[in-house]
Design a protein around this ligand. Sequence first.
Ligand SMILES: Cc1cc2nc3c(=O)[nH]c(=O)nc-3n(C[C@H](O)[C@H](O)[C@H](O)COP(=O)(O)OP(=O)(O)OC[C@H]3O[C@@H](n4cnc5c(N)ncnc54)[C@H](O)[C@@H]3O)c2cc1C
Length: 468
Amino acid sequence: MKDSVVELRGLFAGKLFTQQQDMAPFLTDWRSMWHGYALAVALPDRVDDVARIIRWCHDHDVPVVPQGGNTGLSGAATPDKTGRSIVLSLVRLNRIRGIDKLNNTMVVEAGCLLQNIQDAAREADRLFPLSLAAEGSCTIGGNLATNAGGTAVLRYGNTRDLCLGLEVVTADGRIWSGLRGLRKDNTGYALRDLFIGSEGTLGIITAAVLKLYPLPAARVVAFSALNNLEEAVSFLDSATRRLGSSLTGFELMSAETLDLVIKHFPEARNPLGTRAPWYVLSEVSDLASEENAVHALEEILSEAVENGTVADAVIAQSLAQSESLWALREGASEAQGMEGKAVKHDISVPISRIPDFIAAASRLLNNQFPGDRLIVFGHLGDGNLHFNISPPVGEDGAGLIARQDAINRTVHDLVAAYDGSISAEHGLGVLRHAEARRYKSPVEWELMRTIKNALDPKGLMNPGKIFA
Ligand SMILES: Cc1cc2nc3c(=O)[nH]c(=O)nc-3n(C[C@H](O)[C@H](O)[C@H](O)COP(=O)(O)OP(=O)(O)OC[C@H]3O[C@@H](n4cnc5c(N)ncnc54)[C@H](O)[C@@H]3O)c2cc1C
């Protein structure tokens, strides 16, 4: 196989790492939960080179692990331990090919950092709304391959909803150019949608046509305290009806979550001064002015405080204040990491059932695993919760890890009973691939297998991911 890699180096003019020290950063994930080995790491900067590498892998039966910014949370970008795969990093394929302002689209290569895409759109006086805490490191190829969600799904949808066309290198190394900037195109199967969310198991995304939106003149954030979840859902309902598409964020945090953020980030503080069981961050965007956004928030909040839905609230008075309120929510995951070991869940249930779900799940976990701390936060406006567990104060986490399978089973069985999903935005990767078999019907699983076998008959595209 060593000779073959020499042959690949000859064929492919780009970077190819074969030394352990060069490959190391590509062989483990962002949280260092998974580690693997590889024959080589290839970093092409042209689509033709991607195709050449994939053709070579196809001819030599070498598995391929596509990788973007390596910020995924399901272990889907890490090679296995056999050392037989090539890691194909797309980070050097990172040109913005063009912006069509009148069509409100931009064409970008897969390795573009999400933040660079947001900046380029803003320079063209447009908004690319996908936004997540990893935006300075993740790539649009990874966002598409995981159908990433983030903080603006409520208004603009998932990454799938932000993509009109794709360019893909197929599993046998052909280039499919589906870079159509069309909002209407009913000419057969939507191949684009097969590759979005496929976690690198069907082909390599090399470029995409993305949708752009008008750039809001202002985004204003409020932080509210609520006494229970029923009120949070009712506040969401009235805010959605009153504000329509101006409501661009609706995020939930439990008191325990905010406590952890305040404990681990010295600059963080509770902006309300009083402690409540639940907090909601709501964001309003306005195309015309900041006064409009503030006025809209003031109206719905004063009504909600008057009728008792919201116990207390504060509206940010400046961009800096808005950012510091967002930082409280965006720091939740990192703060829990700083606290020590945690068992994390990325689940979704219908929004109307969230209060019942959280009450039932809390009851079950408190009974079965007394002392474990529930750290609940998430995108309430999308029905997506990070329903996480930290060990009892003073415990080092080894016990929690020993009982994590039992915890997962309890949470995910309940999610299934509530018609929910065990992976709302992070994908299956290797983290959830075995459990997915339990919750998807045999018919659904068979249809997925049929697609995989049709597009990747040799099973070389990111093997072991999605399908255990
Ligand atoms: C701090 C933090 C916050 C996060 N917040 C969110 C959040 O709010 N919402 C959310 O959805 N996710 C979130 N994530 C998860 C992660 O950022 C997203 O999954 C992101 O979309 C991954 O992009 P990436 O470029 O890092 O992909 P990688 O991690 O490199 O890869 C992810 C998957 O995509 C495949 N892949 C990558 N590039 C390609 C390509 N060009 N063609 C085909 N397959 C490819 C890989 O094989 C793998 O299966 C967060 C992660 C961190 C660390």
